[in-house]
Design a binder for this molecule. Structure first.
Ligand code: FES
Length: 149
């Protein structure tokens, strides 16, 4: 007489395939949420440690133009209007997608969830909870410096 259990009565941690899948999805969700919370709670701590000022000639940025840079390891942009120079992180404040500058509308657009920001980085529409991160800009002579010195 055989004493081994039949395949249908073998003990298992998971009673059903559905439980296995649910646990897997819950684990992935928890990992994703943990990463998101870390990024949201400490968004600038790591960037501030790595961010080095970025300098370039003022002539590289005509009035009405933009200049893409990397600041603190993330994409950023400097926008020059007749009135001012402003620099922004291009990381959306909703879930971290990269926003795009739309010069014809003078807006930043986030394609992930249709977030929109005005030329000052303030939220116009969509789910972003706060404005884009603005980065200090300084002009000395003919040199533009982005970031704290
Ligand atoms: S990540 Fe930009 S609107 Fe959601």
């Amino acid at each position: 007489m055989s004493t081994s259990p039949s395949p249908t009565t073998r003990p298992s941690v998971f009673q059903t395939r559905r439980q296995f899948i649910q646990l897997g999805l819950a684990t992935l969700g928890a990992a994703w949420l943990g990463t998101l919370l870390q990024w949201r709670l400490f968004p600038s701590a790591s960037a501030a440690q790595e961010a080095q000022p970025v300098s370039f000639p003022l002539a590289d940025l005509p009035v009405g133009g933009t200049k893409a840079i990397a600041y603190g390891g993330v994409p950023a942009i400097v926008v020059r209007t007749p009135e001012s120079l402003r620099a922004f992180s291009l990381i959306c404040t909703h879930l971290g997608c990269t926003v795009q500058w739309q010069s014809d509308k003078k807006e930043f657009y986030c394609p992930c969830h249709d977030g929109r920001f005005d030329e000052f980085g303030d939220v116009l529409a969509g789910p972003p909870p706060i404005p884009l991160e603005q980065i200090p800009v300084r002009v000395e002579g003919e040199t533009v410096t982005v970031g704290e010195v």
